[in-house]
Design a protein around this ligand. Structure first.
Ligand code: E4P
Length: 216
C-alpha cells in the first residue's frame, strides 16, 4: 500500500517528503482554504516541485461543460495532477469524458460500492471512499474499502482504491489489511504511525546499558 499525504500545507509536505515514504498528495478545496489562499494553481505547482508523484486537485464547477473545461486547466498545471471529481450525474459524465481525453481522475466523495463501480466503468484512475465521514454517521467506512477492493480485484480493473478521510493510525492498518492500493493520511497520522512507546523505551535502555559498561 502506498501512502499519500492529505494536506495542502507546504511545510508539512516538505517535512514528510524527507522521510521518503510519501508518494503522492491529495488536496481538496477545504484543505487549500485552510492555508488561507485561493490560488490553487500556485499551491499545486509548489507541491509538484516537492513531491514527484500524483497530486489530486479538485474542480469546483458543477455544470459538466464547465467541469471539463476546469479539469483541462487544472491538469495542465503539472503532468502529475489528478483531477478530483465528485459523483453526481454531472461528475460521472465528466469522468467518462476526461478519461477519453487521457486526463486522469480521482472519484472523490465516494460513499458506496455502486458509486465506485460506476467510477471505474467511467474510467476513473482512482476512487476515494471517505472512511472517516462514513464512520461519523455510524456506517462502517472500512467495510466499504474492503468491498470495493474485493470487487475491483474480482473484475481485475485498473482503477486504484484510495482510502481517504483517514482519521487515525488504526484506519491505516485496516486499509492495508483490506488491500487498499493507497491510504491518504493527514501529517499528524503519519507522525503517530512512526511512534511506538516500546521503541522509545528500547532506545533509552540500549543507550543506558552502553553507558554502564564497566570501565577497564
Ligand atoms: C481525500 O482526498 C480528502 O481530501 C480527505 O481525505 C477528506 O478527509 P476529511 O473527511 O477528514 O475531511
Amino acid at each position: 500500500m502506498r501512502i499519500f499525504l492529505d494536506t495542502a500545507n507546504i511545510d508539512e509536505i516538505r517535512e514528510a517528503a524527507k522521510l521518503g515514504v510519501v508518494s503522492g498528495i491529495t488536496t481538496n478545496p477545504s484543505l487549500i482554504a485552510k492555508e488561507r489562499t485561493t490560488d490553487m494553481k500556485a499551491v499545486i505547482q509548489e507541491i509538484a516541485s516537492i513531491i514527484d508523484g500524483p497530486i489530486s486537485a479538485e474542480v469546483l464547477s458543477l455544470e459538466p461543460s464547465a467541469m471539463i473545461e476546469e479539469a483541462r486547466v487544472v491538469s495542465s498545471w503539472s503532468p502529475n495532477v489528478i483531477v478530483k471529481i465528485p459523483m453526481p450525474e454531472s461528475g460521472l459524465q465528466v469522468i467518462s469524458s476526461l478519461s477519453r481525453e487521457g486526463i486522469r481522475t480521482n472519484l472523490t466523495l465516494c460513499f458506496s460500492l455502486n458509486q465506485a463501480l460506476l467510477g471505474t466503468i467511467a474510467g476513473a484512475t482512482y476512487v476515494s471512499p471517505f472512511v472517516g465521514r462514513l464512520d461519523d454517521i455510524s456506517h462502517d467506512g472500512m467495510q466499504l474499502v474492503s468491498d470495493i477492493v474485493k470487487v475491483f480485484d474480482h473484475f481485475k480493473v485498473s482503477t486504484q482504491v484510495l482510502a481517504a478521510s483517514i482519521r487515525h493510525p488504526l484506519h491505516v492498518v485496516i486499509a492495508a489489511k483490506a488491500g487498499a492500493h493507497i491510504a491518504t493520511i493527514p501529517y499528524s497520522v503519519l507522525k503517530q504511525m512512526i511512534r511506538h512507546p516500546l521503541t522509545d523505551i528500547g532506545i533509552a535502555r540500549f543507550a543506558e546499558d552502553w553507558q554502564n559498561i564497566p570501565k577497564e
